[in-house]
Design a protein around this ligand. Structure first.
Ligand code: FAD
Length: 436
């Protein structure tokens, strides 16, 4: 998925991050993986693993050894009774979804896409939506981690449980995750209803929508009073999929081709954006039942840059209204809808939902569009709510500003000092957000 343009350069999906590592390694077994780390240590080089390159920040960049796990992504075992699956860290969510579905299982909750690797997605606390459900990392019940000297630590609820608790969201700073064991649920379908609503009416009864649906999210369309809503209910009812033409129209033509064309016009002639935006809410209502992962995640072909903030759930309506106000006042036209989601709090020290019921606000701009004024304005708003930025999405925070927003910051740093005292796994991003 990530673009590798020349033999020794690497670029992320969004195309805004690039590095030239000393070398790129593609191990296909744990033995090869440990050998890569040992050799890097012997050569005095830093190590960074890359998943699918779907982070927008410089989180996966290195001038040392870049470890590409695209050839290390098999299912190792499935425990049908415990409903757990153990996989090599490079497996993509797309493949993992198919593998567990073939065994009558599913992942409890997912984000918008499934191109990421399991280790990359969980390293940054990747999440979907649903106030009764947590992020993907919270379903990890076991990990094997290669530390800075090339040794492997097994983490389970019985062995090294303190490391497991922290490493579920490791921001790539604790070592190379070799395998992940995930708790699954019996396979389920989702009954999806997608329709536009007036954003003010939605916010007036936000708790009703969030608590009254298993998975609720919406996209406010800047320069309009409209939001596109998605309500998903978990069900065992048989699938009633959209026709092939309808899913092609919704997921490909409307969400990608037509939207991409609108963004390109908007980038050339920003003055047209408010008029173009009015077309988006006229897409009508869609209702269908499909396999859960096919509803949670869909194709994303339009490339963009994104920032996303986690705020306490109760602060979300006010924070969103301030973002709406900012867009109105800023004098810059924004072509991408603002995405709003909700998840349950968890107990992972560096999860963006750590210790609190959480609402997420995500802002985007089309690739190649200036974003500083917009993103910095949104970040200033989020600072007033102890906002925590998504580790894989753009932001301007530093360790000093982030530490007070995570009550268990020191627990993370303790494990980091134990697993990587030499900082074999650091890079500029990790130093900026976690300290040297
Ligand atoms: C189009 C798009 C849609 C998105 N939708 C969502 C969404 O709905 N919800 C959400 O929360 N996020 C979303 N994201 C963000 C994305 O899920 C995260 O940035 C995620 O971390 C990307 O996973 P990746 O496999 O590409 O990892 P990368 O970006 O390649 O790496 C991320 C981090 O993980 C580390 N890492 C990877 N593998 C390992 C390993 N084996 N051991 C140790 N560290 C490792 C890397 O070193 C790096 O620090 C989206 C991103 C894009 C581009």
């Amino acid at each position: 998925m990530a673009i590798k343009s020349r033999a020794n350069t690497w670029k992320n999906w969004a195309g805004n991050q690039e590095c030239s590592p000393a070398r790129i390694e593609r191990p296909s077994s744990e033995a090869e993986l440990t050998a890569v780390v040992k050799q890097a240590a012997a050569d005095g080089l830093r190590v960074k693993v890359v998943g699918a390159g779907h982070s927008f920040t410089d989180i996966a960049l290195t001038d040392g050894v870049l470890v590409d796990l695209s050839e290390y992504g098999r299912v190792l075992s499935v425990d049908a009774t415990a409903k757990t699956v153990t996989v090599e860290a490079g497996i993509t969510l797309l493949r993992l979804n198919d593998e567990v579905a073939a065994r009558g299982l599913g992942l409890e909750n997912l984000g918008d896409i499934a191109y990421q690797s399991i280790a990359g997605a969980t390293a940054t606390a990747t999440h979907g939506t649903g106030a009764k459900f947590r992020n993907i990392s919270s379903r990890i019940v076991g990990m094997r981690i290669v530390t800075g000297d090339g040794s492997v630590i097994e983490c389970t609820p019985e062995e090294n449980a303190d490391i497991l608790r922290v490493a579920r969201v490791g921001v790539g700073a604790l070592g190379v995750v070799s395998t992940v064991t995930l708790e699954c649920v019996p396979a389920f379908n989702l009954h999806a209803i997608e329709e536009p609503m007036r954003v003010d009416e939605l916010l007036d009864d936000i708790d009703g929508y969030v608590d009254g649906n298993d998975h609720f999210e919406f996209f406010w369309v800047p320069h309009t009073k409209w939001a596109l809503t998605k309500r998903n209910r978990r069900t065992d009812e048989p699938g009633q999929p959209r026709g092939r033409w309808q899913s092609f129209r919704d997921d490909y033509v409307l969400s990608n081709v037509a939207f991409g064309a609108m963004c390109r016009v908007g980038r050339r002639r920003p003055g047209l954006i408010p008029r173009l935006a009015k077309i988006i809410p006229s897409t009508g209502r869609t209702e269908y039942i499909e396999r859960s992962d096919k509803v949670f995640a869909s194709p994303r072909l339009v490339h963009f840059y994104e920032m996303e903030y986690a705020v306490p759930r109760e602060a979300l309506p006010e924070a969103l209204n301030r973002v709406r106000d900012l867009v109105d006042r800023m004098g810059v036209n924004i072509s991408f809808p603002v995405e709003v989601r909700f998840v349950q709090g968890d107990d992972i020290p560096l999860s963006t939902a750590s210790g609190r019921e959480t609402g997420y606000i995500a802002v985007h701009v089309y690739r190649g569009t200036p974003y500083d004024q917009y993103f910095q304005g949104v970040e200033r708003i989020m600072n007033d709510y102890e906002g925590r930025p998504h580790w894989g999405k753009m932001h301007f925070q530093r360790a000093e500003t982030l530490a007070p927003r995570y009550p268990e910051w020191d627990a993370f740093q303790d494990v980091r000092n134990r697993l990587d005292p030499e900082r074999r796994f650091t890079n500029l991003y990790v130093e900026r957000v976690l300290g040297p």
